[in-house]
Design a protein around this ligand. Structure first.
Ligand code: 4GT
Length: 243
């Protein structure tokens, strides 16, 4: 996965990518992230990147010219690109899209806005607008990082233990089951006996049941979106009985 991040705050992107899993993924050449400071592409000597909104109103708008200049600069290498604008107006990001990005052959260009927003003419440069959720932030940087993080960890070899990804597909579309580690008893709270039984079939069934239980309790609409097995449906009706 190869990415270009266009931002006015390159340090924000760098700070996250230089740690832990994403740092290792870059060292292993599983991902490549180039960061471009939009301000470096401002044409005037004061490097001004914002201006007042036509029509009036509060705040400032990110000027189109610096962004057109960065994109022109990137185009020089003749690589194929998929250009994404992070914005609350975009299509919602989800695990399916993360999987798609993790396999994308083109370079992923993430444009991070600031201020009240970006001059609408920048839309002519972008392939898709993506949102990470229904809330407003001060910039698109966290959105770009969320997408890079969620996508990169799906690339084979990015996580230490490949089984973590395999395991995830077992509960795909459900919320996660509860996890426990040592000690077996902590401040009077104990680990469920089944998890120390060594009975792998029973452990698998318990985790599946707890994942369904949690999903039903917190995000029941997710259960409508996925294909439940007959066994899952039986578990779900038992959970509903308990209520
Ligand atoms: C929220 C999201 C996002 C913002 C989101 C333009 C100026 C947008 C600030 C930016 N807020 N970007 N990508 N929910 N704020 O994804």
């Amino acid at each position: 996965m190869k990415c270009d991040v266009l931002t006015l705050f390159p340090d924000i992107i760098n700070a996250y990518l230089k740690e832990s899993i994403l740092k290792r993924a870059q060292e292993k050449k599983l991902i490549e992230v180039k960061i471009y400071n939009i301000r470096d592409f401002a044409s005037d000597k004061h490097k001004i990147v914002d201006d007042y909104p036509y029509g009036g109103g509060p705040g400032m708008v990110l000027k189109p010219e610096p962004l057109f200049n960065v994109i022109d600069f990137l185009k020089k290498d003749n690589e194929q690109r998929r250009t994404i604008l992070l914005s609350p107006q975009g299509r919602p990001f989800d695990q399916r899209l993360a999987g798609e990005f993790s396999e994308e052959k083109r370079r992923l260009v993430f444009i991070c806005g600031r201020y009240e927003g970006i001059d609408e003419r920048v839309m002519s440069l972008i392939d898709e607008e993506i949102s990470i959720g229904d809330y407003v932030m001060t910039g698109g940087e966290l959105g770009a990082l969320v997408i890079i993080d969620a996508s990169a960890r799906l690339i084979k070899g990015a996580l230490g233990d490949e089984k973590s990804i395999e395991e995830e597909s077992f509960s795909w579309g459900l919320l996660d089951y509860p996890h426990y580690t040592r000690p077996r008893e902590f401040r009077g709270l104990s680990v469920p006996d089944i998890l120390v039984s060594g009975n792998h079939k029973e452990i698998w069934l318990w985790r599946r049941r707890e994942a369904i239980r949690k999903t039903f309790k917190v995000r029941p609409e997710l259960l409508e979106k996925i294909q439940l097995t007959d066994e899952d449906k039986k578990i779900l009706s038992e959970i509903k009985e308990e209520q």
